[in-house]
Design a protein around this ligand. Structure first.
Ligand SMILES: [Zn+2]
Length: 304
């Protein structure tokens, strides 16, 4: 295999930001404020994101790599110390919007406002520019592109090349699974484009989600490794997961479907991410941050 780059990225949000819980028209709770009041009888979470995030940071140290953490503005507000710690340990901080809400619920005006608000909050914490964006629930629309550009973003890492699944239409089924430059449409690579897309590889042939923690837990680590190996045949790749996935099971009654989405949380998942990353390293993959990969692609550095 020619030398490839890969990004290990993390969405710094919580299990209750999942689409079935909050942030979409199908959610169990109206929003996180409602969830906090009902579940914690408080206006803010009690701090349960710290421990699993520190497990992820320790894992990255063991693997000897730097990752990219896409942080929700809401999370930065509750955990400013954690965001500072991530940056201080050499990882990249990207922006995951302010509230974890589907773009079709949010609309262009609120999207732009929340994006700028989250970016400013993150930059104040890390003391430098935040140039990467990941959409909540990986849902992007082309109207977001000029807003992202105007706000100073250089790359997006949201496009999932999956076919629609469980009522979620990603809208990019026929896009390449490897990072590319673009200008006007997320789904239209443009070698001279001023923005970079770092997409999420899907399982080959079937075009189903694969290189994410959720699918690793649901379908097994081999499912993710096959997709990553396949993507790396043609270019660079990324894998992403969440700190809550290496943490404990949430303490509430769950439906069968909710239990499926939350199966194998904790040590199983921590071992799975370590295994996947070490396999990729054994293939000769060079881990870089998403920002480094985007900068290299924008500098026109040829793939080897
Ligand atoms: Zn998220």
């Amino acid at each position: 295999m020619a030398e490839r780059r890969a990004v290990l990225s993390v969405d710094l949000d919580e299990w209750y930001h999942c689409r079935w819980a909050t942030g979409s028209t199908r959610s169990r709770w109206k929003d996180t404020a409602t969830f906090f009041r009902e579940h914690y009888a408080a206006e803010a979470p009690p701090g349960e994101l710290r421990e699993p995030t520190r497990r992820v940071l320790a894992l990255f140290d063991r693997l000897g790599l730097r990752g990219t953490f896409f942080v929700l503005g809401e999370v930065a507000r509750f955990y400013p110390d954690l965001v500072k710690e991530i940056a201080a340990r050499g990882h990249e901080v990207g922006c995951h919007g302010f509230h974890h809400v589907d773009i079709d619920v949010l609309g262009p005006e609120a999207f732009g406002r929340e994006l700028r608000e989250a970016k400013a909050a993150l930059e104040a914490l890390v003391g430098g520019p935040v140039t990467g964006y990941r959409a909540p629930n990986l849902l992007v629309r082309d109207f977001m592109i000029p807003i992202l550009r105007e706000a100073g973003f250089r790359y997006d890492a949201s496009v999932c090349t999956s076919r629609s699944l469980l009522g979620k239409d990603f809208g990019h089924e026929h896009v390449a699974v490897n990072p590319y430059r673009f200008r006007e449409r997320f789904s239209r690579p443009d070698p001279a484009g001023d923005l970079v897309e770092i997409p999420h590889p899907t399982f080959p042939w079937l075009r189903l989600p694969a290189a994410t923690g959720i699918l690793t837990r649901v379908a097994g680590r081999r499912w993710s490794l096959i997709a990553l190996r396949h993507a790396l045949r043609t270019g660079d790749a990324q894998y992403y997961f969440h700190p809550y996935e290496v943490g404990p099971m949430p303490p509430l009654a769950l439906s069968l479907r909710e239990r499926l989405f939350l199966r194998r949380l904790g040590p199983w998942m921590e071992r799975a991410v370590e295994h996947i990353a070490r396999e990729m390293q054994s293939w000769g993959v060079r881990f870089v941050t998403a920002g480094e990969l985007a900068a290299e692609l924008l500098a026109g550095r040829a793939r080897t």
